[in-house]
Design a protein around this ligand. Structure first.
Ligand SMILES: CC(C)(COP(=O)(O)OP(=O)(O)OC[C@H]1O[C@@H](n2cnc3c(N)ncnc32)[C@H](O)[C@@H]1OP(=O)(O)O)[C@@H](O)C(=O)NCCC(=O)NCCS
Length: 155
């Protein structure tokens, strides 16, 4: 980053949707209007929080997580849903800053367990999470329904 570049990490609001969609478009986006409506619905979901990274006014990445009460323990647990940095802005510490913000918020809210999942081969994400203290390993199994129903139910 140039010395003049100003990185701001802040909670996302609905007027950020277009900026968030632009970040996705730099990689791949199956259906832009679905994505727009999905972000809208997520932002309106209780106990769901998204932070964006804004560099000189442009959204270059985001992280989102949700909080649920544990039934077994007297505490709430949080799960990071996704972390994504625009491909032209990766490897500049922005992913770390977003992750640190979630860890800070989770600590502030008294969250004891903070989970995150990623694909087994995603070495860069695994290194990033481990570097930030995500050390306990679990196994996440996934069943993909075939054929994929179209359109999927709108939650
Ligand atoms: C994974 C991702 C979020 C990392 O964000 P980033 O802003 O590039 O990460 P940072 O610059 O903060 O790097 C922090 C650490 O992550 C690891 N890392 C990041 N990119 C890496 C790469 N290409 N190769 C190896 N390690 C990498 C390193 O440990 C790095 O620390 P270091 O620079 O001291 O070695 C980003 O590459 C991305 O958005 N990837 C596509 C989406 C994705 O896979 N998301 C995670 C799935 S939930």
């Amino acid at each position: 980053m140039k010395p003049t570049d100003e990185l701001v990490i802040r909670e996302a609001v609905s007027r950020d949707i277009e900026g968030i969609i632009e970040v996705f478009k730099a990689v791949r986006l199956q259906d832009e209007s679905w994505a727009r409506s999905a972000v809208q619905r997520l932002l309106a979901t209780p106990n769901y929080i998204m932070f964006v990274a804004e560099l000189d006014g442009m959204i270059v990445g985001y992280i989102d997580y949700y909080v649920l009460p544990s039934i077994w323990e007297k505490w709430n647990e949080a799960t990071i849903n996704y972390l994504f940095i625009h491909k032209d802005y990766q490897r500049r510490g922005i992913g770390s800053k977003l992750l640190e913000e979630v860890v800070r918020q989770a600590d502030k809210e008294g969250i004891v367990e903070l989970h995150v999942a990623t694909e087994k081969g995603n070495e860069q994400a695994i290194r990033l999470y481990k570097k930030h203290g995500f050390l306990k390993e679990h196994v996440l199994l996934e069943r993909v329904r075939e054929p994929v129903p179209q359109p999927s139910k709108n939650y």
